[in-house]
Design a protein around this ligand. Structure first.
Ligand code: SER
Length: 342
């Protein structure tokens, strides 16, 4: 009998780290894929880890044969800033990669006679507000509003939300056997910027938040690439993991949407700098906006409406802004760079 597993793509990334630790504690058998060798500290937490590319069909075919995959957390992605340097490559990884995983989920669902759960992290990059005025006036935006992304990453995320909806509800709808085959159980969380105490993201445009904090803890000066009045929604990593797990476990009957906003707090960059300077005495933070990256964050909403998630699957973040910095980020980041850890 093949082992029942949870498959995690992009396992080495920010979310992968937190998710693997959480699932391992719950004794889940995890198969982790990443283009780089899995972080040494995570290796004992998984059943197996594979260095590979989600565009490699042979590798994915092998996974289907070797495992009974119950849940897929498809985290692999090229983030928004990095994607702008090579949009076609980003498209291949973000979209074709997702298509490959959805196809794998269909095969597994058919073979098992049960819907495989496909948990997908989307992003505030799926939004595109036309101007700063519109951003200010819009306030908390709903999932269906302002979905006119201006980055390749945002276009990819929005399209993959739709691909997931298609695979979940309409896949091969004209085929003779379409009603007898189980579909993929697609569930998507649209994340705000994420901040983790453990890892620093690479290639994102909301990265000024985590970068500022980690630099201060290391005693390094930081040039913030957005204006002080730049406001975005953020969330700490434990709440991001909570959102993925809670949506995964939610009763299907209660889910009225395929895609749900989640958020917890939304400081502007100046507030982030003040909190950081208060926590790390002498932290040098200067604002040197990169006008092109600024333009991207100016199209992202200053807040999102997550009432559907609250209603349908009882979503509630554990950390508000004060609690997030005081009880999670500052002590954990301080500890991470403490001399005894070097
Ligand atoms: N953190 C992501 C990025 O900046 C947005 O979801 O690309």
């Amino acid at each position: 009998m093949r082992e029942e597993v949870v498959l995690i793509t992009g396992a080495n990334g920010e979310i992968g780290h937190g998710l693997i630790r959480y699932l391992a504690e719950k004794n889940s058998s995890i198969v982790a894929i990443d283009v780089n060798p899995l972080d040494k500290s995570l290796r004992s937490e998984v059943s197996s880890w594979i260095v590979g590319d989600i565009l490699d069909q042979i590798l994915l075919g092998r996974l289907v044969v070797e495992h009974q995959i119950r849940v897929i957390y498809h985290l692999a992605s090229i983030l928004s800033t990095k994607a702008e340097y090579n949009p076609e490559t980003a498209h291949r990884i973000n979209v074709e990669g997702t298509l490959n995983l959805l196809r794998l989920a269909v095969e597994q669902s058919n073979w098992q006679g049960n819907s495989v759960k496909f948990i997908y992290p989307s992003s505030i990059a799926a939004y595109g507000l036309a101007s700063l005025d519109e951003k200010k006036q819009a306030g908390k935006v709903k999932e269906t509003q302002f979905t006119y992304p201006t980055t390749m990453y945002g276009c990819n995320k929005l399209y993959c939300e739709n691909l997931g909806r298609y695979y979940g509800r309409y896949y091969r709808q004209l085929a003779a056997d379409s009603s007898t085959n189980p579909s993929v159980d697609f569930r998507c969380v649209r994340f705000p910027g994420l901040i983790s105490a453990e890892t620093i993201p690479t290639g994102g445009t909301s990265d000024y938040g985590p970068e500022m904090l980690h630099a201060a803890a290391k005693g390094l000066p930081y040039q913030c690439f957005v204006r002080p009045d730049t406001r975005l929604p953020f969330m700490v990593m434990p709440d991001a993991i909570k959102a993925l797990i809670t949506l995964q476990e939610a009763d299907k009957e209660r889910l009225t949407q395929d895609v749900y906003n989640v958020t917890s707090f939304n400081p502007d960059a100046e507030e982030l700098a003040e909190i950081t300077q208060a926590a790390f005495q002498g932290a040098q933070i200067e604002f040197e906006p990169d006008l092109r990256r600024q333009k991207i964050v100016d199209t992202w909403p200053e807040d999102v409406d997550d009432s559907a998630a609250r209603q349908d699957w009882d979503w509630k973040p554990d950390y508000d802004q004060a609690h997030a910095f005081r009880d999670y980020l500052i002590p954990a980041i301080r500890n991470r760079y403490a001399p005894s850890h070097e």
